[in-house]
Design a protein around this ligand. Structure first.
Ligand code: ADP
Ligand code: MG
Length: 287
C-alpha cells in the first residue's frame, strides 16, 4: 500500500498545479538532476505570431492562402499562427485535402489540385536558393522561426513567426539551479532562433532536432544523471517516454498528456522546481 506521506505528497502537488501519475513518479522526480525543456509551447507561450512574410514566387495573398489551407488541419502552434494571420489579412482560405503532418518538419496537402507543403527550411532545403536563403538567415537572426511554403515543387515564399518567452521561464531555470538541477533546451526549431531564446535564459540548447533526435539527446543526458523532460507536442512524446520523468504542459496535445508521467496543469514551468523539492521532502519522510 502507498505510504501516507506519498499520498499526501501527491495531493499537495495536485493543489500546486502538478498532476503526478503515482507514487513511483514522485520518487523518481526527487532523483532528477537535469531537466530538458522543449522550446515552442513549453519555454515559450506557444502563441506565436506571424511577424513578417516574403513572397518569392507569386503574390503574398496566394502564399498566405496556400499556407493557411494546409495549416488549418494542424494543431501545431505555428499552424495556428498562420491561420490566425490569414484571417486577420481577410484572406479566403481554400479547402485542402489529403492533409498529412510530418511531425517536427511541417505539413502538406492538396489545394485546388496543387501539392502544397509548409515546413522548416531544412525540410524544404532542395527548393531554397541563395536569395531565399538570405531572407531566411536575416529573419532567423531576429529570433524568428521561419517556415517555407511550397507549391508543386516551387517555393512561394517564407513566413517569419515569433513567440514570446513565458514570463516565469527565467525564474524556473534559476529555481532549478538552486536545487542543483541543470536545464537544457531541446528544440526542432532552427539554430539561430534557438540560440536567441537559450541565450536569454542562460541555458544550453540543441536545435534542429526531430522527435527521435530529442530521444537521443535525452539518452545522452541520462548517461550523466536522471533526466526529466518537459514538452507539449506530439513531437515531444517519444522523448517524454524516454526520460526518467516525462512532464507535459497542461494544455499540451493529448499525445503528450497521455505519454507523460506528470503534467503542469497551470502551465507554470516554475512549478517544476517546487515539485522536485516536494518530492525530495516526501522521500525523506518515507525513508
Ligand atoms: P519545437 O521543438 O520547438 O516545439 P517542432 O518539433 O514542433 O518544434 O517543430 C520543428 C520545426 O518543424 C518548426 O520550427 C517548423 O519549422 C517545422 N514545423 C513543424 N510543424 C509545422 C507546421 N504545422 N507548420 C509549419 N512548420 C512546422
Ligand atoms: Mg513544443
Amino acid at each position: 500500500s502507498t505510504p501516507a506521506a506519498v499520498t499526501s505528497g501527491l495531493a499537495r502537488a495536485a493543489r500546486q498545479g502538478i498532476l503526478i501519475k503515482g507514487g513511483a513518479v514522485l520518487e523518481q522526480l526527487g532523483a532528477v538532476r537535469q531537466v530538458a525543456f522543449d522550446k515552442t509551447g513549453t519555454l515559450t507561450e506557444g502563441r506565436p505570431e506571424v511577424v513578417d512574410l516574403v513572397a518569392l514566387n507569386g503574390s503574398s495573398e496566394n502564399l498566405l492562402a496556400m499556407a493557411a489551407a494546409v495549416e488549418q488541419g494542424s494543431r501545431h502552434p505555428l499552424a495556428q499562427a498562420v491561420v490566425r494571420y490569414a484571417g486577420q489579412q481577410a484572406i479566403t482560405i481554400p479547402v485542402a485535402d489529403d492533409l498529412e503532418a510530418n511531425v517536427g518538419r511541417g505539413v502538406s496537402g492538396r489545394v485546388n489540385g496543387n501539392e502544397v507543403s509548409v515546413g522548416s527550411p531544412a525540410h524544404l532545403a532542395e527548393l531554397i536558393d541563395a536569395n531565399a536563403n538570405t531572407h531566411i538567415a536575416r529573419l532567423e537572426e531576429q529570433g524568428c522561426t521561419v517556415v517555407g511554403v511550397a507549391c508543386d515543387g516551387q517555393l512561394l515564399g517564407v513566413l517569419a513567426i515569433r513567440d514570446t518567452l513565458r514570463s516565469d521561464a527565467g525564474d524556473a531555470v534559476r529555481a532549478l539551479e538552486q536545487l542543483g538541477v541543470q536545464a537544457i533546451m531541446l528544440t526542432g526549431d532552427n539554430k539561430r532562433a534557438a540560440a536567441a531564446i537559450a541565450g536569454e535564459l542562460g541555458i544550453a540548447y540543441r536545435a534542429g532536432l526531430l522527435p527521435e533526435g530529442k530521444v537521443t539527446e535525452v539518452q545522452a543526458l541520462q548517461r550523466q544523471s536522471p533526466v526529466a523532460m518537459v514538452g507539449d507536442g506530439i513531437n515531444d512524446a517519444p522523448a517524454l517516454k524516454m526520460a526518467d520523468v516525462g512532464i507535459a504542459m497542461g494544455k499540451g496535445t493529448d499525445v503528450a498528456l497521455e505519454t507523460a508521467d506528470a503534467a503542469l496543469t497551470h502551465e507554470r514551468v516554475q512549478d517544476l522546481a517546487s515539485m522536485i523539492d516536494l518530492s525530495r521532502a516526501t522521500l525523506n519522510i518515507v525513508r
